[in-house]
Each structure stands twice: as C-alpha cells, then as structure tokens.
Design a protein around this ligand. Structure first.
Ligand code: PEP
Ligand code: MN
Length: 350
C-alpha cells in the first residue's frame, strides 16, 4: 500500500504515519518529491487494517498495490486450480470443459430423472437442480426443500451424476451438504457473508455465482470468505450482471471470465441460461464462454419447458442440448480442453 500525503503535509504529519505503521509491525519507506511525499508500506496488509491512516492529518489517500484477496489470488497461488466434484471426482479446471446441466428447479422425480437422462446423453458430467429456490417473488414456487434433495440423491444413484444444488440459508448448509456433491451460492446471496462462511466449513465444493451487481473484486472477496474458512474448492460462476439493457434478463459479462482467470486461480464457469434468460441465446453465449476460456457451463434444461415451475423460457429441450453438445465437441479441442469425465470409477458392490 502507498500512502499519498497532501501537498501541504508537514514533516510531523509524515512521521506520525511512519510511527503508526512501525508500531503495528510494518515498515514504511518515505519518498519525498517536489510536490508531495508518498510513503510505501511494506508488510502484511493485515497489519494496516484498523490503523485508520486516512484519519491522520496530512494524509490524502491510500493506494492499494496488491489485491485485497489472498487465498484465491494468483499472486499467492500462480497455478490454476482444478476442483473435483463428487465421489467420482469430476474435474472443473483448466484442462477440461465441464458441462453441468439440469432443471432450474426439482419439480418431480420423473421430471428430474428425465432431465438427468437428457444431460447424460449430451455428455454432461454434473447434474444441477434447485430444491431451495431463491425466488424474487414470495408467491413463486419456492422449491421442494428436503424432498427435492432426496429426489436429486435418488437420481444420482440411478445415473451416477454428481449433483450441484443451491443453499440459500446458513441454517440449511448441513442439510444440503448431506445430499449435495457441490453447494451452489446464488447471485442473490453472493454477499451473504454468514452463508459464505457456513459453506466454507461444509466440506463440499462450492459454485459461487457472481452477485448481479457485484464487481469482480467483490465476487473474489466473496470467494475469499469461503476460502478463509478453509475451503479452497470454489468454482466461480459468471451469470450475468444488471445493466440498462432490457432485451436480455441480465448482461453476460463475458470479459469477467478472462479477468477472473487473470486475478484468481479458481476455475470459472459461465451460466448462459440465467444471464440471457432466453433459450435462443444459450448456444451463442455458450460458444462465447468456450472462446474466452471458461472452464465449463451450467445450463438449464427441462423435458417439457412449457410446464416448468421456474425459468421455462430459458430451458433447453433435447434437440437444443444435442446442438450445444456438438458445439462443445467441435470447439473445446481448439482450446486444448477435453471432456470433463469422472476421474474415478466407483467399485460396484452387489
Ligand atoms: C439458479 O442457478 O438456479 C439461479 C437461481 O441462478 P442465479 O442465482 O444466478 O439467479
Ligand atoms: Mn433459475
């Protein structure tokens, strides 16, 4: 961090900053220019938190040099990470492209199983589906709760697909984690810090959606909350941000993928369904995601979208999914990525 003093700061003002920093265990190096003095602070940034340097006389501003996130940053961990999901260890990381597909919401056992078979046929290796739905309206379908989790677990047994499902309340984390292979934190909870801390202690990988109005730094700080509780198995998910544009549900911030990859070692996936909010945009947005180096996509599908209780207009039907799978197969090898197959085969016991 660099402290920039005001043009009229006195020598005493400068010494007061130096004294406060050194008392806190840091080091300060003073550089006097013609117009201003700047003070470079060296040491663990934690030392400087709470020092309130900006309140000292003669201090104009503090300029951060290193990123505020550590555990998730590439400054601290230059190698890109791969997150393994489920008992069969499905990878999400730099060498593969992971297709995650499933219904927005678990509605019935039949619907979820039919969607899982669609997903499997298209080469998806993880199944998504919400049992706890964070709806904008209290009158909308809120999800089946624990019975939805049981359906997901049954479908996993039937198909072998590990499951990704959302948790919306810190009080439910243990329950959801007892069924899920990967916990999803949705856009509406992206800065629910007690939830982030709880999923950080749950012992399961986490898919962290970007808050619809979060900057990339805020998104990575949310990931840092999870990592800070000991869980580095975090996958970032760009799902569109809120802008003035109304023709799409959200605006897919495609540049967030390479920017997040530059700043963080965590895998980054794209949700082309919740960003566009339109079935016809899922294929082009998925191609864009592949082109910018996303590590996978998470896509809404439904055996019969016209009856869907949640987000039917963006759900792919079987033929759309076949087309999407063909695009993934055609384009991902150009980016040196292979399919994200399970890396472990479970022993069959019967
Ligand atoms: C979802 O994936 O089901 C969902 C609600 O997404 P988001 O949090 O991105 O809106
Ligand atoms: Mn949805």
């Amino acid at each position: 961090m660099v402290i920039v003093m005001t043009p009229n700061a006195t020598n005493e003002n400068v010494q007061a900053v130096v004294a406060r920093v050194t008392e806190a265990g840091g080091a300060a190096s003073v550089s006097r220019g013609d117009a201003r003095t700047i003070i470079g602070l060296v040491g663990d940034l934690d030392h400087f938190h709470g020092l309130n340097l900006l309140a000292l006389p003669g201090v104009e501003r503090a300029v951060r040099i290193s990123t505020p996130f550590k555990l998730v940053s590439r400054e601290h961990h230059s190698q890109m990470s791969t997150v393994m999901v489920g008992a069969t260890r499905v990878p999400i990381g730099p060498d593969t492209f992971t297709l995650i597909a499933g219904p927005c919401a678990v509605e019935t056992a039949e619907q979820t199983l039919a969607a899982a078979h669609m997903a499997l046929a298209a080469g998806a290796t993880l199944l998504r589906g919400g049992a706890f739905k964070p709806r904008s309206s209290p009158y909308a379908f809120q999800g089946l709760g624990e019975s939805g989790l049981k359906i997901l677990a049954d479908v996993r047994t039937e198909t072998g697909l590990p499951i990704v499902t959302e948790v919306i309340d810190a009080a439910d984390v243990d329950l959801v984690a007892s069924y899920a292979d990967m916990l999803q934190v949705g856009t509406r909870n992206a800065q629910n810090f007690s939830l982030l801390q709880a999923v950080g202690e749950a012992g399961k990988p986490v898919m962290l959606k970007r808050g619809m109005s979060s900057t990339i730094e805020e998104w990575l700080m949310a990931a840092e909350y999870i990592a800070h509780r000991g869980n580095l198995e975090v996958v970032l998910c760009e799902r569109g941000i809120r802008t003035f544009e109304r023709s799409t549900r959200n605006t897919l911030d495609i540049s967030a993928v390479p920017v997040a990859h530059d700043l963080s070692h965590l895998p980054v996936v794209v949700d082309p369904s919740h960003s566009g909010g339109r079935r016809d945009l899922v294929l082009p947005l998925s191609k864009a995601a592949i082109a910018v180096g996303a590590d996978g996509i998470i896509v809404d599908i439904h055996p019969n979208p016209s009856t869907a209780l949640c987000d039917g207009p963006q759900a792919l039907v079987e033929e759309d999914l076949v087309e999407l799978a063909a695009a993934i197969a055609a384009f991902t090898p150009l980016l040196n990525r292979g399919p994200a197959l399970p890396t472990e085969v479970l022993a069959v016991t019967n």
